[in-house]
Design a protein around this ligand. Structure first.
Ligand SMILES: [Zn+2]
Length: 504
């Protein structure tokens, strides 16, 4: 029986963000399942829309035996600490050695990787992990990985792994599907008995996060082209627009693919590169906070569905702490809640003190609070001050909820004491755990019905689109002070070569 060791390491590192990903962050998981190991890992991860679950299902259908090692994911933030990386890498390496020594040995390794994890001591931490595994198993044993669409794919990763494949959607609704595609790639690799030809091309500039959504052009058309090329050439192509806030030498988009023969693989990759690398198509329209609120209020006047505004620079899915107040100040200054009382909502605001105080006080209580934080940002200036004022507790919750929208469907999250606080007609979903507002259930748990709002401010860059676009009349993107630069060229890069730093 074919025996495959299965492990996962997921982190998206915004090296400009305020908080580190330490071992505690991996044991909590927050946006992800918590650290899990051995047989329990399979039970915990099955049925969730994440790559490893899709791989495990496909492996079962192929009759493979999976040897679960560990799965470690932490919410996007600044560097992975040396301690956290070394614990995770050591666990996987030890499990690989043990599996190789067992009767039956090991036939391959599958890794569920993000691809944009920067550790304190290893800038290309996935390349480092792959390199250590390669050193243990030697050149012949296949290692295959799936990657996030935001992976910053390095030369070392491409050299150490036999094959890699990335998501094709943003919001990432095809995570499990990508795991299954990795299983398909591994099956091809095992069948061929050697590495398939691979060709890659790096795109020489950064693509802003907000411009990458596959719900919009140009990305939608590029991924359609990718699928068409795969059909025509028999390849498995990937295009990662990358995560443009990881300050290391190889932060950049990448196009690559695996195929049956070298010339056709090269031709397919070059065709996709030509389509993806045209720079002017990636320019974007982002509004300052004040203008975004004014525009949302004007649009809401004539809309019977919510206007959704992305507070992209505080996206906790990109290293923000989900606690800045620029958008809330702008809503209050322009009287959005007085214009539409109880129909303006903002979330998720990560403020454990406020959430706890609200839960203790109970529904109906009024509280004098300072909500949110001024956090360090990439400009060198802190973000806006907390919102000081009198809030009314509209609802409280234990913060336990199951995701129902298309992203991470089925994932249970526990955000701790949570509440809906209202000030001047604006409702704020306040939580004790960091989580990107990617699903309407995260508002519903504190009594906010997204469908009934006029304006929703979502602390998210693109993932909100999967569950919110279907109910939205308009989607705007706002740029309030926060840790994640909407324009990569705004960041104070140090390690990335200057020619890559420029905007498209
Ligand atoms: Zn991603």
């Amino acid at each position: 029986m074919t025996r495959i060791l299965v492990a996962g390491y997921q982190h998206e590192t915004n090296t400009f963000a305020p908080s580190l990903a330490d071992w505690a962050a991996f044991t909590r998981g927050d946006s992800f399942p918590e650290f899990t190991r051995g047989a329990a890992m399979v039970e915990r991860l099955r049925g969730i829309n994440i790559p490893v679950a899709g791989f495990l299902d496909a492996a079962r259908s192929f009759g493979w035996e999976c040897v679960p090692s560990c799965w470690a994911g932490a919410i996007p933030s600044s560097y992975v600490t040396k301690d956290a990386f070394e614990r995770i890498a050591a666990t996987i390496c030890e499990d690989v050695k043990a599996a190789c020594a067992q009767a039956g040995g090991l036939d391959a390794i599958y890794l569920d990787l993000h691809g944009a994890a920067v550790a304190e001591h290893a800038a290309d931490s996935e390349g480092e992990l792959l390199g250590r595994l390669r050193a243990i198993v030697g050149p012949k044993l296949p290692i295959v990985a799936s990657l996030d669409l935001h992976a910053n794919v390095t030369r070392r990763m491409l050299a150490e792994a036999d094959a890699m494949v990335s998501y094709r959607t943003y919001p990432h609704v095809d995570m499990a599907e990508t795991g299954a595609r990795a299983a398909e790639l591994l099956k091809r690799r095992l069948h061929a008995g050697r590495r398939e030809p691979m060709h890659s091309r790096r795109v020489p500039y950064l693509i802003p996060l907000n411009a990458q959504s596959t719900w919009l052009q140009p990305a939608q058309g590029i991924y359609e082209e990718l699928a068409a090329l795969d059909r025509r050439y028999g390849t498995l192509l990937s295009f990662c627009p990358g995560f443009p806030a990881s300050d290391f030498a190889e932060c950049a988009p990448m196009v690559w693919g695996h195929g049956h023969d070298e010339p056709r693989t090269r031709e397919a990759v070059e065709a996709l590169y030509a389509r993806a690398a045209e720079p002017t198509q990636w320019r974007q329209d982002i509004l300052p906070a004040r203008d975004a609120v004014a525009r949302a209020m004007a649009l809401a006047e004539h809309s019977d569905r919510p206007v959704v505004v992305a507070d992209t620079q505080d996206n906790p899915g990109a290293g923000g702490d989900s606690n800045t107040t620029g958008m809330l100040h702008a809503l209050l200054a322009q009287g959005a809640g007085r214009r539409y009382p109880g129909q303006v909502a903002l979330g998720l605001m990560f403020d454990a003190d406020a959430a706890r105080t609200a839960c203790d006080a109970g529904v109906g209580a009024t509280l004098d609070l300072a909500l949110g934080r001024a956090v360090p940002t990439f400009t060198g200036q802190p973000s806006d001050p907390p919102v000081q004022g009198r809030f009314t507790v509209r609802a409280v919750s234990n913060g336990r909820v199951t995701i129902k929208g298309p992203m991470m469907t089925g994932l249970s999250v526990a955000l701790g004491p949570s509440a809906c606080l209202e000030i001047d007609g604006v409702q704020i979903a306040v939580v004790s755990g960091k989580k990107q507002l990617m699903d309407r259930e995260l508002l519903r748990m504190v009594g906010i019905q997204a469908e009934q709002q006029r304006i929703i401010v979502a602390k998210s860059s693109n993932h909100f689109r999967a569950d919110f676009t279907p109910i939205a009349s308009h989607v705007l993107v706002a740029k309030a002070a926060g840790p994640m630069a909407a324009e990569p060229s705004d960041l104070p890069w140090r390690h990335l070569p200057p020619e890559i730093r420029r905007a498209p």
